[in-house]
Ligand binder design. Structure first.
Ligand code: S3P
Length: 169
């Protein structure tokens, strides 16, 4: 049994896409934290934000980290805000290695321009919101992560790189 591999990074950085590829390459289960929370709550992330608020969602994320920190062998796609709470990063690190998917701001702005399901982005000045969040969060991601992974190639090539470098931890 191996340590969990946790992918972190900004919304749109490819945590889910690369995570799926990586799980196939390493023949390990993939767990998407947003999907896990949605299943636990029986609500979508959008509904949770609208009906219970962001703080409640952040508490659910911490609970999910606590549960998942007891698991092994998983590939975990965290939410874009998960590792920003130090407590969450510490929990996830108990049994895992945290990798930051590093993606330039302009690429994220392009990928997220038509997004309809991320509550933090459903506002008219989306480019600015992404820019401000990116600048606030980048140092926090970097201090939470054990390693930074550049994602200039395809999702599969990035997954292959991660599998080679971190697949045997
Ligand atoms: C969030 C990112 C989302 C989701 C929620 C909040 C964030 O996950 O957890 O909308 O604070 O960055 P993805 O990064 O998977 O979109």
């Amino acid at each position: 049994m191996s340590k969990n591999i946790i992918l972190c990074g900004f919304m749109g950085s490819g945590k889910t896409t690369i995570g799926h590829r990586l799980a196939v390459l390493l023949d390990r289960p993939f767990l998407d934290m947003d999907a896990y929370i949605e299943e636990q709550e029986g609500m979508t992330i959008t509904e949770i934000f609208a009906q219970k608020g962001e703080e409640a969602f952040r508490r659910m994320e911490t609970e999910a980290c606590r549960t998942l920190s007891k698991e092994k062998n998983l590939i975990i796609g965290s939410g874009g805000g998960t590792v920003l709470r130090e407590e969450n990063a510490a929990l996830l690190r108990e049994n895992g290695v945290i990798l930051l998917l590093d993606v330039p701001l302009w690429v994220l702005q392009k990928r997220l321009q038509y997004d309809t399901h991320r509550p933090l982005l459903q506002k008219p000045n989306r480019e600015e919101i992404i820019r401000d969040l990116y600048h606030q969060r980048t140092p926090l991601y970097r201090s939470a992560a054990d390693y930074r992974v550049h994602t200039k190639k395809t999702a599969l090539q990035t997954a292959e790189f991660i599998a080679r470098k971190f697949g045997n931890l």
